[in-house]
Design a protein around this ligand. Structure first.
Ligand code: 5AD
Ligand code: SF4
Length: 459
C-alpha cells in the first residue's frame, strides 16, 4: 500500500520516460505511489533534459514554481515535500543547481537513481541536500527491482550512453560511455512486462542499434539477434527500437526487418543534415549518400517501412547551399514524421567553439522552411492512409465517450469507436480520415487470421 505520494515530471526523450518509471519502481518499496498533483506530493522529482539550452532553462523556472507549491503545502500543515532534480541537467549542472536553487533536496544523475532510497534515508538523517552524479562501476540495472505494470505499450532500456561524440551533442557527457545490458536481463524484463499485459515494447538506447550485449552463450549479440529472441515471447505482438544511428545499421538488423513480422515498419533514423560538409563537421561518421543507401536497403527488406528523423539547422558554418542539401535529402527520402531544431550551443561540446555561428534569424527562417516541407510530407502520408486496413494497438481511452485511441504500425494516433474491453489489444481497423497529426478509423467486423501488415481494402 502506498502511504506517500510521488509526483514525477519528465522532460526530453523516451529514455527519460523509462527512467522516470524506473525511479517510481525504486521508490515503491519505500511506500511511494504516484500522484498527478504536485501540491499533494510528499516527493516531487523533475527528470530533466540537457540536450538544448531551452530544455535546460525550463528546470530553473519550474523549480521556482515548485518551491511556492511546497511552501503552501507546508503552511497547510501537510508536511514538507522532498524536492529532487534528476536526469541530464542534474548530471551536467549538479553543483550549479544547488547553488542557484539551494532549496532543492536531491540532485541525482541518470546513472544514480538506483541509489535513491539511500539518498532519501541520508536526507532524512542529515537534513541536508544530497548530490549523486557519479558514474558507478556497477551498472544501475543490476540493482533495479522488477518493473511495475506499464500498460499495453512499454519502453525497455537495452543500451545507454554514447561513444559517438557528435560535435553538437551533450549526451556522451551526461549519459556517459556506451553500455549494453546482457540479453538474459532484457528477456526477463520483457517477459515480466508481457505477463503484466504489455503487448508492444520499444527498445531504448541513445544509439540503440550499437547494442552489443552479452548473450547467454557469452558472445556479444547485436540488436537484430536480440529482436529475434524477443519476437519468440508469446503475447509480445509488436517490437520497436529507438534511437538508432545510421552508422550502426548492420546486415543482420536489416534482415530482421525483413524476417520478423512483429518488428514494426517504422524507424526513427536521425540524419541531422543533408550536406556532406556539415555531416563531417558534426562528426556523424557517414555522408548523405551512405544514408540514402541504408534507407534503400531497409526499404528493400521491408517495402512498407516508413521513416522519421531528427534535423539540426544552422549548425556552425552552414551555408544556404548546405541547407539546400538538407531540403533535397528530405524531398528525396520522404519522412512521415520528424523532429527539427535550431542548433543550440552547448557549453563544453566541440561545436560550441567553431567559427561561423549562424545568426538566430537565419536559423529560424531555415527551420520554418524545413518544417513546412516535413509537415507537408506528414500530411500527405496521413491522407494516403485513408482506405488502408491496419493493425492498431488500442492503448488509451479517447476524449469522446465510446472512443479508444491507438497507435498504427507507423505510430500515428488512430481514433476508433470501440468498447472499453478492447483497451490493450491490437485490432484491425479501416482508416476513414487522415488529419495532419492523427487518423480516424473503424473496426473491421470479422478480421480473422493472424495480424497482418497494412493492406489496401479491396474495392
Ligand atoms: N542543438 C540542436 N539540436 C540538438 N540535438 C542534439 N544536440 C543538439 C543541439 N546542440 C538534437 C539532434 C538529436 C536530437 C535528440 O536532438 O537532432 O538527434
Ligand atoms: Fe548525441 Fe551523436 Fe551520440 Fe546521438 S550519436 S547521442 S547525437 S553524440
Amino acid at each position: 500500500m502506498a502511504t506517500k505520494k510521488l509526483f514525477i515530471k519528465t522532460y526530453g526523450c523516451q529514455m527519460n520516460v523509462y527512467d522516470s518509471a524506473r525511479m517510481a519502481d525504486v521508490l515503491a518499496p519505500l511506500g511511494y505511489g504516484p500522484t498527478d498533483d504536485p501540491a499533494e506530493a510528499d516527493m516531487v522529482l523533475l527528470n530533466t533534459c540537457h540536450i538544448r539550452e531551452k530544455a535546460a532553462e525550463k528546470v530553473f523556472s519550474e523549480l521556482g514554481r515548485l518551491r511556492r507549491i511546497r511552501a503552501a503545502r507546508e503552511a497547510r500543515g501537510e508536511g514538507r515535500t522532498v524536492l529532487g532534480v534528476a536526469g541530464c541537467v542534474a548530471q551536467a549542472e549538479g553543483a550549479e543547481i544547488l547553488a542557484r536553487a539551494p532549496f532543492v533536496d536531491l540532485v541525482l544523475g541518470p546513472q544514480a537513481y538506483h541509489r535513491l532510497p539511500e539518498m532519501v534515508a541520508r536526507l532524512a538523517r542529515a537534513g541536508e541536500a544530497q548530490l549523486d552524479t557519479d558514474f558507478p562501476a556497477d551498472p544501475k540495472f543490476d540493482h533495479l527491482p522488477a518493473p511495475g505494470v506499464r500498460g499495453p505499450a512499454a519502453f525497455l532500456s537495452v543500451q545507454e550512453g554514447c561513444d559517438k561524440f557528435c560535435t553538437f551533442c551533450v549526451v556522451p557527457y551526461t549519459r556517459g560511455a556506451e553500455y549494453s545490458r546482457p540479453v538474459t536481463d532484457i528477456l526477463a524484463e520483457a517477459r515480466a512486462l508481457v505477463a503484466a499485459g504489455t503487448v508492444e515494447i520499444t527498445l531504448l538506447g541513445q544509439t540503440v542499434n550499437a547494442y552489443h550485449g552479452e548473450g547467454p552463450d557469452g558472445s556479444p549479440w547485436g540488436l537484430g539477434r536480440l529482436i529475434r529472441a524477443l519476437a519468440e515471447i508469446d503475447g509480445l505482438d509488436r517490437i520497436r527500437y529507438t534511437t538508432s544511428h545510421p552508422r550502426d545499421v548492420d546486415d543482420d538488423l536489416i534482415a530482421a526487418h525483413a524476417e520478423v513480422p512483429a518488428l514494426m515498419p517504422f524507424l526513427h533514423l536521425p540524419v541531422q543534415a543533408g550536406s556532406d560538409r556539415i555531416l563531417k563537421a558534426m562528426n556523424r561518421g557517414h555522408d548523405a549518400a551512405a544514408y540514402r543507401r541504408i534507407v534503400e536497403r531497409l526499404r528493400a527488406a521491408r517495402p512498407d517501412l516508413a521513416l522519421s528523423s531528427d534535423f539540426i539547422v544552422g549548425f556552425p558554418g552552414e551555408t544556404e547551399a548546405d541547407f539546400a542539401d538538407t531540403l533535397a535529402l528530405v524531398d528525396e527520402i520522404g519522412f512521415i514524421q520528424a523532429y527539427s531544431f535550431k542548433y543550440s550551443v552547448r557549453p563544453g561540446t566541440p561545436a560550441a567553439g567553431l567559427p561561423g555561428q549562424v545568426a538566430e534569424d537565419v536559423k529560424a527562417e531555415r527551420l520554418a522552411r524545413l518544417q513546412a516541407l516535413l509537415n507537408a510530407q506528414q500530411v500527405a502520408f496521413n491522407r494516403a492512409c485513408v482506405g488502408l486496413e491496419m493493425d492498431v494497438l488500442l492503448d488509451r481511452t479517447g476524449k469522446k465517450p465510446g472512443q479508444l485511441v491507438g497507435r498504427s504500425p507507423f505510430m500515428q494516433p488512430v481514433h476508433v469507436s470501440a468498447p472499453a474491453e478492447m483497451l490493450g489489444t491490437v485490432r484491425r481497423v479501416v482508416i476513414d480520415a487522415g488529419q495532419p497529426n492523427s487518423l480516424a478509423g473503424r473496426l473491421v467486423a470479422c478480421p480473422g487470421g493472424a495480424p497482418q501488415g497494412p493492406q489496401r481494402v479491396p474495392a
